[in-house]
Write a protein that binds this ligand. Structure first.
Ligand code: C2O
Ligand code: CU
Ligand code: CU
Length: 463
């Protein structure tokens, strides 16, 4: 990367982060971040300052981090909290030691310690970062950010807009209430009381009339499954969970047929702004009892005259293609196990309940010493994971370090787009295929964090 380009990026980062930038360059071809996890406060609700948040700035949301595909990304994560932490780079297929999962890949980062993460993202796309220690607390209090891996060559958009969708559990004064309830953890999870986009009520932005915008939407909430659709938009879904779509995802334009984005998932949307100044495009969400604006993009200036057909398809990411001629099958059952022992704390927090399990074994907590892998895969083999939901609740099942294709379901047609997180419906049996091409111990869990932290977690080992 040229230094000049880098400075441009740094400035963009600074704007998004609300003033101070944590970005700087170390010569060509690398990005270094210093991320100090620390207490924060912010005006989440109009006229009110929410105290007791967690971010990497004292007064702003976690920044959008950017790196180019194939460049070195370095993040020095400093722990400015009294609790432990560890940072995970969701969706990135990087070496196991950089994956940020306490005890599986590193020791938790203690107060005032710094841990250096260093990797070269192989895949372009929209990814995100969040702690994997004190996960429930630190995520619920704010620590979720978007990580953009730019394609090595420009793909032709005029602008780029990031939407980090998540809730907060606040009272009328804008202060945090309990972050979860036992009842919620035992069922579908505890929803926030305030929905937000980039830590605000609605994201509003201006883009040139008739220009092409790349909208990157990340669902980073601990619980909420988003039901999204567009109003007055000309657009196309171009990537799903980081990877360019191979099977067209219908562009949602009605609250009755929304697009489902569950915790952990991302979508990249190509939008063509209206040609006429002042007209708007909206991203909407269906919510209990109605609908809600999430983002309003307004056309300004003269008509750039672009068309969606100007865009070339995104270049493919270098993901190995599963060979489905005779794959080995591994079975997983996601269920309800309230009789399990209480999870241990191990510096990374516990909710104090066990409700869930994978293959009838509730995860024993994050200090996993002695905990066996749920499955062992041979390096390079194709495996089909058969995911069976025995519960009435929905589970966005996430696998670290590898990408997979959903191939078959007993409940619906699936789109076999590459992903790292697949939503498992009530009573669904979903088969997903992957090539086990990245060695290590890869966390495998539900991304409803209350489920993850009360048993619905484990790991798959690739050797
Ligand atoms: Cu996004 Cu193991 O998590
Ligand atoms: Cu992950
Ligand atoms: Cu779940």
């Amino acid at each position: 990367m040229q230094r000049r380009d880098f400075l441009k990026m740094s400035m963009a980062g600074a704007t998004l982060a609300g003033g101070s930038s944590a970005l700087w360059a170390t010569g060509s071809g690398s990005v270094v971040e210093h991320l100090k996890v620390q207490p924060a406060k912010y005006g989440l609700m109009p006229g009110k300052i929410t105290e007791g948040m967690v971010s990497v700035f004292p007064d702003a949301p976690p920044p959008v981090l950017r790196v180019k595909q194939g460049e070195i990304f370095i993040a020095d994560v400093e722990n400015g909290m009294d609790d432990y932490t560890a940072m995970h780079w969701h969706g990135l297929r990087i070496p196991n030691a950089m994956d940020g999962v306490p005890y599986l890949t590193q020791f938790p980062i203690g107060p005032s310690e710094t841990y250096r993460y260093e990797f070269t993202p192989p895949d372009a796309g929209t990814y995100w970062y969040h702690p994997h220690c004190m996960t429930m607390t630190q995520m619920a209090l704010g620590l979720t950010g978007v990580l953009v891996v730019e394609e090595a060559d420009d793909v032709g958009f005029d602008s780029d807009e990031i939407l980090n969708l998540r809730d907060f559990r606040l009272n009328d004064e804008g202060q945090f209430i309990n972050l979860y309830t036992g009842r919620g953890a035992a069922r579908g999870g505890t929803h926030g009381t305030v929905m937000a986009v980039n830590w605000q009520d609605v994201q509003r932005s201006d883009h040139q009339a008739g220009s092409l915008v790349r909208l990157r939407v990340a669902a980073t909430d601990t619980t909420r499954i988003y039901k999204l659709y567009f109003e007055d938009a000309v657009g196309k879904i171009i990537a799903w969970d980081g990877h360019p779509v191979d099977y067209a995802v219908p562009f949602p334009v009605s609250p009755d047929v929304p697009l489902i984005l569950s915790p952990g998932q991302r979508m990249d949307v190509a939008l063509r702004m209206p040609a006429v100044e002042g007209e708007v495009v909206k991203l909407m969400a269906r919510v209990p009892g109605g609908t809600r604006e999430m983002a309003v993009l307004r056309s300004v200036g003269s008509n750039a005259g672009r068309a969606l057909s100007d865009l070339k398809p995104l270049p493919r990411n270098p993901v190995s293609e599963p060979d489905l001629t005779n794959p080995r099958i591994e079975e997983f059952v996601f269920g309800w196990s309230p009789e399990g022992d209480l999870p241990n704390n191990g510096f990374c927090g516990t909710l104090g309940y066990t409700f869930w399990s994978i293959n009838r074994t509730p995860w024993a907590g994050d200090a996993s010493e002695g905990t066996a892998a749920l499955a062992r895969l041979k390096l390079g083999e194709t495996v089909v994971l058969r995911l069976r939901n025995e519960s009435p609740n929905l589970h966005p099942i996430h696998l670290h370090g590898l990408a997979f294709r959903p191939i078959r379901s007993n409940k619906r047609e699936v789109l076999p787009n590459m992903t790292d997180t697949a939503l498992l419906l009530k009573d669904e049996v979903l088969e997903v295929a992957l090539v086990a091409d990245n060695p290590g111990k890869w966390a495998f869990h539900c991304h409803v964090i209350e489920h993850q932290k009360t048993g619905l977690a484990g790991y798959i080992e690739v050797i």
